[in-house]
Design a protein around this ligand. Sequence first.
Ligand SMILES: [Fe+2]
Length: 377
Amino acid sequence: MRKWISFPQKEGEISRQAHADFPDRAIYEREAGRSGFFGPASHFHHQHAPTGWSEWEGELKPRAFDLNQLKGVDATSPWDVPDVLNNPHCKYRIWHCKNKMDDLVRNADGDELLFVHEGEAELFCDYGHMSIRRGDYVLIPRSTMWRLEPKQDDLTLLMIEATNDSYQLPEKGLVGNHAIFDAAMLDVPKIDDAFKAQYSEDVTHVQVKRHNQVSQITYPFNPLDAVGWHGDLTVVRINWRDIRPLMSHRYHLPPSAHTTFVASRFVICTFVPRPIESDPGALKVPFYHNNDDYDEVLFYHEGDFFSRDNIDRGMVTFHPAGFTHGPHPKAFQAGREYKKKFTDEVAVMLDTRDALTFSEDVLSVENPDYVYSWKAK
Ligand SMILES: [Fe+2]
């Protein structure tokens, strides 16, 4: 057993409550925290924005990638889609799946989480058939056989693999099991007429990915031929519209309050529309923070991204551990003036305990000026 050094201290001018009632001459609060909002943390009250750097040299920096422009992701198999970011515990990819998949696929490397950014599709898998649409998370357990039939050619999926791992739900603590979303809201595939209609004696290939290499298994029939199943392992689906976010009118909750799925070495959080804090002393935008044990990746799905300037849907920002991140100046000022009463953004956040590396492909769609986007205009 080991224990954090823990004895809260106070020095100088402070607010006793984090994220509220800052000293007048130091409106920039910065949280330095460990273990992703759950470990020891201190709050500094700064006179200047911690994101107010004037020059930056070196490869560690905030990055923004426009995944809308990413070429080479129009594949008929998810195993041909290049990584955007990865580490030994996670693979993060974007797939423009324009055509019906010819073969079944099976990911033997880990659970796969799909987030439908654009479009609609029919999913056929071991457990049956399910229609999926924009804003759905689809969690596919490791080694499930599946394939997709897009309805149009605009199906765009964010894919996050929990490598050698599984996705679970977060511990919901004080608010109990039914908060945020009730597990009863999870949909599962059905052995319905559409599923029965695809039974066949046609030759079918299964592309199995294991240790990042693909093997092909051929059957002289379609192996998606179950007439029924029972158990507690299956594909599940939840749409962001079914998430009822936690919020407090008097306290800006940390991103961890919006955790949707957890793996051993990373978490997935979902930011969905909610009222903005109304208490006069409460912070109304995300606090500046060094989340010193985690790399952070945000995918912007839709809405007006209230803490960011010049970010559009389909873009990704990457804020590795090692520096403070936080709201852009315009957004920070709008928060001070309580201009917006409601946020309508929908974003998917990946926070990883291990350093992520990005691919060569994604460098071609990087916004090189992003590091200076906090400069006051
Ligand atoms: Fe963060």
